[in-house]
Design a binder for this molecule. Structure first.
Ligand SMILES: Cc1ncc(COP(=O)(O)O)c(C=O)c1O
Length: 405
């Protein structure tokens, strides 16, 4: 069951009380992660993966302590990173010795570090979908002594009437093209083909049970089931063809919104997930799981412009992607507040309207949820960790560690 207004008001008291118990004022915005919800979400992801390991999508966390906490869960293993520089840092910090970089890199400086470090090269896998990606690696090394681990990204979109529905990523959507690149990797000195990936974003990352968009949701559910059926055939064909060339260590697939469906494919050996740990608003309204939000940020009321309106300081923590109302932060606790159509989430201040406005005073906190999972922490140096009713720890984000990936 999605949180009710009563749940949200209880949460409001819990968060406000936890902040008050600190005894010292916390700088705003205050970022809080509810560890009880985080751990329950981790258990739920593992349960849905039916025995296949979950690889932690670090872009959806961006807080080293939370990546470590996820990795400490039984059933979670390895990191799916979003940049090579990040992967090198995670390895250097001792956070993981099994990091797959999910997106191709042309960062020559980072590649030069990788090929100069036998231990980093043994821990990190690069994603490729083009011979040019191999050429860039070769351009930074003078001796192929340290083999570079390679995985191939296979297009996982739904191929329909000459078009592809799904993320526009890998151009490799059939056996011939995947095998062509795989042969090139195997033939080149200094590379080891160890894995493959299929990210079916049109299944894993699209809400399909939105109460006020029932028809659209029904259509999307159909697209999802067609995608799953079609992709199972493509994966099997590609896996059989690759099997004649090399024995892969892993086949990564899926995301938080498709854990059970992706894990059910016998070709897939592990499922990626990150957003399902923090459950931002874009991960509400999925048929496949119950949302248990775990991440909030608080902004203080600084003005009361008129009855029924409060203005909070800050607010424009919007999410990336196709711009639309669903990318805006949501005033969450107390329940009964909304952004205005005219100002939305503002650059330095945000008006909020609704029945709860008049109950708030200057200095009170309003708690928001972000639309995306890890991206919000690009605005934060520190995240407070809530266990039960107490803030038990304060940990740095990537930004707080001085890292910008
Ligand atoms: C390659 C890849 N795998 C998995 C995911 C799923 O991540 P999450 O579980 O945070 O949605 C993504 C998200 O964009 C991705 O790009």
């Amino acid at each position: 069951m999605a949180p009710t207004p009563v749940d949200r008001n209880r949460l409001w008291s819990r968060l406000d009380d936890a902040v008050a118990k600190q005894g010292v004022p916390l700088p705003t915005p205050v970022f809080v992660v509810d560890l009880d919800a985080f751990d329950a979400n981790a258990d739920d992801l593992v349960r849905r993966a039916h025995g296949k390991p979950i690889r932690v999508a670090s872009k959806s966390l961006r807080v080293p302590a939370l990546i470590e906490r996820a990795l400490a869960h039984d059933g979670m293993s390895g990191v799916l990173a979003y940049s090579l520089r990040e992967a090198l840092w995670l390895h250097d910090q001792g956070i993981s010795d099994d990091v797959v970089v999910a997106y191709p890199t042309v960062d020559r400086a980072a590649l030069a570090e990788l090929v100069a470090s036998p231990s980093a090269a043994a821990a990190i896998t690069l994603m490729v979908d083009d011979v040019a990606h191999l050429d860039v690696v070769d351009s930074v090394r003078f001796s192929p002594v340290v083999p570079v681990r390679i995985a191939i990204d296979v297009d996982a979109g739904l191929h329909l009437a000459g078009r592809t529905v799904g993320p526009k990523r890998s151009p490799l959507g059939d056996v011939g093209s995947v095998l062509g690149l795989a042969r090139e990797v195997v033939a080149r000195t200094g590379f080891r083909l160890v894995g493959a990936m299929t990210y079916e974003g049109q299944v894993a990352g699209i809400q399909d049970s939105v109460p006020d968009a029932r028809v659209r949701s029904a259509v999307l559910r159909r697209v999802k089931s067609m995608s799953i059926r079609q992709l199972a055939v493509r994966r099997r064909e590609v896996a059989d063809a690759l099997g004649s060339l090399v024995e892969l260590e892993f086949w990564n697939g899926g995301g938080s919104g498709s854990v059970a469906e992706t894990a059910a494919d016998p070709v897939v050996t592990e499922v990626a997930a990150g957003s399902g740990l923090l459950v931002p608003t874009l991960f509400d309204h999925y048929r496949s799981f119950e949302p248990r939000p775990a991440s909030y940020f608080a902004l203080p009321v600084t003005r009361k412009p008129a009855p029924g309106v409060v203005t909070v300081h800050g607010g424009g923590l919007t999410a990336s992607g196709a711009a639309g109302p669903d990318r805006l932060p949501t005033p969450w606790a107390p329940a009964g507040l909304e952004l205005t159509g005219l100002e939305g989430a503002g650059e330095v201040q945000t008006p909020l309207v609704g029945p709860s406005a008049d109950g708030l005073g200057i200095g009170d906190l309003v708690w928001f949820r972000h639309a995306k999972s890890g991206e919000v922490f690009e605005h934060a140096g520190t995240v407070h960790l809530l266990a039960g009713d107490e803030l038990v720890d304060a940990v740095p984000t990537y930004r707080g560690c001085g890292q910008l990936f």
